[in-house]
Structure formats: structure tokens, C-alpha cells
Design a protein around this ligand. Structure first.
Ligand SMILES: Cc1cc2nc3c(=O)[nH]c(=O)nc-3n(C[C@H](O)[C@H](O)[C@H](O)COP(=O)(O)OP(=O)(O)OC[C@H]3O[C@@H](n4cnc5c(N)ncnc54)[C@H](O)[C@@H]3O)c2cc1C
Length: 381
């Protein structure tokens, strides 16, 4: 089949990769270039932690497994998936209740979790000056070198003769026998199917095409749709894994730098992006890093980063039209789920219907749009 993938973020690329492997004639376009939006500014914690309801947890869990398999299958190309687990701690008084709840929820879902004390905290991360003597450890979780992962898939596509074209899709029209994509500049091209994986912009394309695909509007910033992501200078601090807490989220990057988020400043995204805000947040990040590692770590950049966020917080995956010619591939937590969703999209284009996706069809919105509200619990990405 002749298939157009709109958007070369992590989801468009993994879908294109699987479609190419299945022998389709694939075109992938991006209005700016590969990895132009959320995928390049992602904390990229690979997890299924507190991803509720259970169907959503299962899909994220399948994402972790698919990353494991992808890393094993292509190990000769390097390492981008670092499955060293995640430490979660809450430094507030009354943390015991939070730990109990998360432990019970994870155990109920059969999601591996360990309660840990100060010895284990020190053993796992000796470089940290732990402000607590208790935490939870999630051994299945990982951090992803998101750009390396994207580049690898781009390389595989290029080897197969597919290179993302710079082109902006304005709208898609479907009929029983195919789909036509209209591009900025006025040209139109015919395909058998179109996969819309344009992240936060997918809703705009859908609206122009008269499909129902409710994705949060990034022009109204806030903690639900935006995050302040810090990038430190390379440092000699030996951090091995992700730490998620009420004070700071931090993870290592392959060049020795770290990604940082500060839960207490996320609400300030409502103020919109200003140089003053970024400077203030940079100072807060450096203070929290100093207290966690007992040394000054320079934050080089704070990125005001927009998420691709379905209005109800859950993935929107499946056909948008009665002719089954336009397919939606939009989700938050796309770093976690990209390898499984890319595979499932290709399976469904071939005619399968995956039970893993049945709770995430676009048709659920015909009953009305439920809005996800921000949670103040630690760590859900
Ligand atoms: C700060 C932050 C932290 C995050 N942390 C995590 C995490 O810890 N774990 C996790 O799993 N996920 C996380 N995410 C979410 C994850 O990064 C995203 O879900 C994922 O990157 C979405 O990928 P995508 O391909 O759908 O969208 P994008 O990466 O946004 O790609 C969409 C692409 O479509 C292109 N495009 C848009 N409109 C058009 C058009 N009209 N025509 C052609 N091309 C178009 C854009 O240029 C862009 O390149 C985080 C996101 C953010 C912002």
C-alpha cells in the first residue's frame, strides 16, 4: 500500500519503520524536520508508573517490553535504552502513605516495585546526598537516549530508501478508495492510507479534515501541557538512573549532562515563556541540584517544552474515518510507547485489530470529551 505518515517525531518514525518493514510504499513528511517538537525535548523516562486506568498501564508496559526487544535486536548499533530502574522518593512528612499507595497499586498491577531504605539508596546512587531514608525502586524502568533512538530509526529508514520530506500537511480527505493529502503551497497527493502522527498539531489537521481528534491546544500553556526541562552542563557526577521525587526529577544523558525538572515550578508554565521565568527556574534547578549532589552543577538551558497531549490524557490510536483511510497516532508518553505503537499501527493497517488498543479509539470522543486534570502526585510523565 501507498502510505503517508504525517510527522517525523518518535511516533511517526517508528510507525514508518514498521510499515516499511512490512513492505509498504511509505512517504514520511514533517513540516519542520525530524524530531522538531516534543520528541527532542522529552525527559524520556520509560515507564508504566501510575499510568491508569489498567488498560493504559498495560499499553505502557508493552512499550517497555518493546524497547527491551528493540534494544536487544539492534544491540550491534549501540545502546540507547538504559534499563537501570528508577528511584522514587518523597521528602515530605507523611510520605509513608504515598509509598504505601504506590506500592499497593504497582503490586496489584503486577508491576515490579521494591521498598528501599538508606543502605540501598546509597548503594544504588552513591553520588547522591540523600535527603530521605526511604523510597521505592522500580527495576523495569529505564531512561532513553531519545535523540539517539530517533536517529537510529531515521538511519534504518534511509537504508530502506525513505527520507523524511519537509512538507506541511494542511488537511486530509478520505473516500472509499483512498485518501488525498493537501499540502501547504496548494499541492495534493493521493495515498491508500494516511497516518496522522503530528503530535500537538494533529488536532488542527484533524479539524480541517473534519475528523474528531481532541488534542490540547498549546497556545494556553500550563502544567498539563507544558514542562520546564533543564539541561545541565556535562558533569563528572556519576548518576546511573532516573530519580523522581517531590523536589527534583533528574536523569543522566549520554554526554554526561542531565535532564532536570522541578515539580514545584511546573505550575509557573501558566505564565507563558519569558526570559525572566527561564532564569528564575534555572536558579531553582541549580539550588536543588546542589542540595541533591552536594556540589554546584551548571544548568545550561531551560526549555519551555510543550507536550502532545490528548484532551483526556490517554492515547488516541485508530481510524478516524468510516473508510479506514486516515489513522490517528497521538499520545502523551510517546517515548515509552513508540516501539509498541509503531508495530501495532502497522498491524492494524494490514487489517488486524489489537485488543491492546481497544480502549484508545478516537470513536470514544463521540460521547463527549473528558478532560484530564493535572495531578500533584510525584512523577507521572
Ligand atoms: C517535557 C516533556 C517531558 C516528557 N517526558 C516523557 C517521559 O518521561 N516519558 C515518556 O514516555 N514521554 C515523555 N514525554 C512525551 C513524549 O516526548 C511525547 O509523547 C512524544 O515525543 C510525542 O511524539 P510525537 O511523534 O507524537 O510528536 P512530536 O515529537 O511532537 O512530533 C510531531 C512532528 O509532527 C510535525 N508536524 C506537525 N504538524 C505537521 C503538519 N501539519 N505537517 C507535517 N508535519 C507536521 C512536527 O514538526 C513534529 O516534528 C515528554 C514530553 C515533554 C514535552
Amino acid at each position: 500500500m501507498k502510505i503517508l505518515v504525517v510527522g517525523a517525531g518518535v511516533l511517526g518514525l517508528t510507525a514508518a519503520f514498521n510499515l516499511v518493514n512490512d513492505g509498504h510504499d511509505v512517504t514520511i513528511v514533517d513540516k519542520t524536520g525530524p524530531y522538531a517538537q516534543a520528541s527532542s525535548r522529552s525527559f524520556a523516562w520509560i515507564n508504566a508508573n501510575h499510568k491508569l486506568p489498567a488498560e493504559y498501564h498495560r499499553l505502557n508496559r508493552a512499550g517497555i517490553t518493546a524497547h527491551e526487544e528493540f534494544q536487544k535486536r539492534f544491540a550491534s548499533h549501540g545502546t540507547w535504552f538504559h534499563q537501570h530502574g528508577c528511584i522514587m522518593f518523597d521528602s515530605s512528612e507523611g510520605n509513608a502513605t504515598g509509598y504505601d499507595e504506590r506500592y499497593a497499586e504497582s503490586t496489584e498491577l503486577d508491576y515490579p516495585v521494591e521498598r528501599i531504605g538508606s543502605d540501598r539508596l546509597r548503594e544504588l546512587e552513591p553520588a547522591v546526598d540523600w535527603p530521605t531514608d526511604s523510597g521505592l525502586f522500580f527495576p523495569l524502568e529505564a531512561h532513553l537516549d531519545n535523540e539517539a533512538f530517533g536517529s537510529l530509526i531515521e538511519d534504518f529508514l534511509e537504508d530502506a530508501g525513505v527520507k523524511p520530506e519537509i512538507a506541511e500537511v494542511i488537511r486530509v480527505e478520505t473516500k472509499a478508495n483512498g485518501a488525498t493529502a493537501e499540502f501547504a503551497g496548494g499541492s495534493a497527493r493521493a495515498f491508500d492510507q494516511v497516518v496522522i502522527a503530528a503530535g500537538a498539531d494533529s488536532g488542527v489537521i484533524a479539524e480541517r479534515s473534519e475528523f474528531l481528534l481532541p488534542v490540547a491546544d498549546l497556545s494556553q500553556p500550563g502544567p498539563r501541557t507544558h514542562s520546564l526541562l533543564g539541561v545541565t552542563a556535562p558533569t563528572d557526577v556519576a548518576l546511573n538512573r532516573i530519580i523522581i521525587s517531590d523536589k527534583i526529577n533528574v536523569r543522566p544523558r549520554r554526554d554526561g549532562s542531565m535532564f532536570v525538572q522541578i515539580p514545584s515550578v511546573e505550575a509557573r508554565t501558566e505564565e507563558g515563556e519569558t526570559p525572566e521565568l527561564l532564569n528564575e527556574v534555572q536558579a531553582v534547578m541549580e539550588t536543588e541540584l546542589q542540595s541533591l549532589f552536594g556540589k554546584h552543577i551548571l544548568v545550561n538551558q531551560v526549555i519551555f517544552s510543550g507536550r502532545s497531549f490528548p484532551e483526556d490524557g490517554l492515547s488516541i490510536v485508530g481510524y478516524l474515518d468510516d473508510h479506514h483511510r486516515a489513522y490517528s497516532l497521538v499520545t502523551h508518553s510517546g517515548m515509552t510507547m513508540a516501539p509498541i505503537l509503531g508495530r501495532l499501527v502497522a498491524d492494524e493497517v494490514r487489517g488486524d485489530s489489537s485488543p491492546l488498543l481497544s480502549a484508545f479509539r478516537p470513536s470514544r470522543f463521540t460521547e463527549g470529551i473528558a478532560h484530564d486534570s493535572p495531578t500533584n502526585f510525584i512523577g507521572r510523565q
